[in-house]
Design a protein around this ligand. Structure first.
Ligand code: FA5
Length: 380
């Protein structure tokens, strides 16, 4: 049974590769040699054709199509190899050897081509996707110190030379510290000048000046003598103009000790003005009023734009105001814990933006916090 099936299979195979040939068995030697030659010839032609086609393959996808076309289950070589089994027994070995040789040649050629293509692909990716680590990095533009910070630092340095330390106090303050302990009780008219922003918590607000820090420092340092400056942001609910912002910096100064006098105040502030604006500066002390100092004085400096002759900046007076000052009020000393019979002190408060406006000829305070780099870069 098995032998019959085998014979039928071989007869079918012979038909497959010889086309119309009608072969009933494999005993005719002359015909079988013809078949073998034919098989060998077809194998060699196929080998040449396949290798030729492989030459033109330049992509992985085309190579796969080539493999399926020649070596795949229904590929041209596979069909011939299968048909070798249908040759007469005597001719099968030679045809089989040749078929195996061609198969080996094509498989080898395939492997080589696959390796070459994958190398090409690797080379392409390496050149297309490579990162050139020798390229210089993109420059990162350096940042700048803000002109307010720069002015603050200049102020710190000048007061440091005179023995003043920096003391920090909160921006969010209570009504008690911002006003009441500074002799500004509820409904005091001076509150109008220092109107501010209030939080939703009763009695908690954004400080209008750095002066509440005076009380905090005194309470912290009592009974030691004090020589501090208090820098920080302040807030005011007022019309924003070329000289007024709703948020700006202040630097407070406070000196408390046993023999501090108005002469010390004048000496310190005159020295400050000359260090900040030039040794030739003239300073004048003009009577003023602050609820927390007695006596109080505004400090003016001769106008650096016109040298005191009168111009737009000094409103033709020859003088520009640089800060407010005075001797610490006895009640404020008491609120800080110091006995005014034993201790005395002076205090002052200045706006660094206004100082910078004078120093650099800036016409409008709104430039400071408008975040316009064209303005800010000028102070690099
Ligand atoms: C005060 O705030 C007092 N606490 C200063 C003081 C301290 C006096 C200690 C005596 C003793 P005044 O409101 O004048 O004072 O403000 C002081 C400085 O802050 C001004 O000279 C000005 O330079 C600056 N300043 C005030 N309001 C503004 C504002 N809206 N925008 C920018 N700077 C301002």
């Amino acid at each position: 049974m098995a032998a019959t099936a085998q014979r039928m299979k071989r007869a079918h195979a012979r038909k497959c590769w010889t086309g119309a040939r009608d072969v009933s068995d494999g005993t005719n030697a002359a015909t079988s040699v013809g078949w073998r030659d034919k098989v060998l010839e077809e194998l060699q032609q196929l080998e040449a054709k396949a290798l030729d086609a492989l030459e033109g393959v330049t992509a992985i996808e085309a190579l796969e199509a080539w493999r399926i076309g020649y070596l795949g289950r229904k590929g041209e070589l596979t069909v011939i190899v299968r048909s070798v089994g249908g040759l007469p027994a005597a001719e099968r070995p030679a045809a089989g050897r040749e078929a195996n040789r061609v198969k080996a040649v094509l498989e080898q050629a395939y492997e080589e081509k696959a390796a070459a293509l994958s190398q090409q692909e690797m080379a392409r990716r390496l050149s297309d996707e490579c990162i050139d680590v020798t390229l210089p990095g993109r420059p990162v533009e350096p940042g700048y110190i803000h002109v307010s910070t720069r002015t603050l630092r200049e102020i710190y340095a000048i007061f440091a030379e005179m023995g003043f330390q920096v003391y920090e106090s909160p921006e969010v303050e209570t009504d008690v510290f911002n006003f009441q302990l500074l002799n500004i009780p509820l409904y005091h008219p001076a509150r109008d000048m220092w109107s501010t922003f209030h939080t939703t918590r009763e009695g908690v607000l954004l400080r209008t000046h750095t002066s509440p820090g005076q009380i905090r420092a005194m309470r912290e340092y009592y009974p030691e003598p004090i020589r501090i400056i208090l820098p920080g942001k302040c807030y005011r609910y007022e019309q924003v103009t070329a000289r007024h912002e709703s948020m700006f910096y202040q630097v407070e100064g406070l000196a408390v000790g046993k023999h501090v006098t108005m002469a010390d105040l004048k000496g310190v502030l005159t020295q400050f003005a000359r260090k900040m604006f030039g040794a030739e500066r003239k300073v004048r002390f003009r009577c003023s009023y602050f609820p927390f100092t007695e006596p109080s004085a505004e400090v003016d400096m001769d106008c650096i734009i016109c040298g005191g002759k009168g111009c737009r900046v000094c409103k033709n007076t020859g003088w520009v105001e640089i800060l407010g000052s005075g001797m610490v009020h006895p009640q404020v000393l008491r609120n800080g814990g110091y006995d005014p019979q034993v201790y005395s002190g002076f205090a002052f408060g200045m706006g660094p933006e206004r100082i910078a406006m004078l120093k650099y000829g800036i016409e409008d305070i709104r430039y400071f916090f408008a975040n316009d780099l064209r303005f800010l870069r000028q102070f690099a």
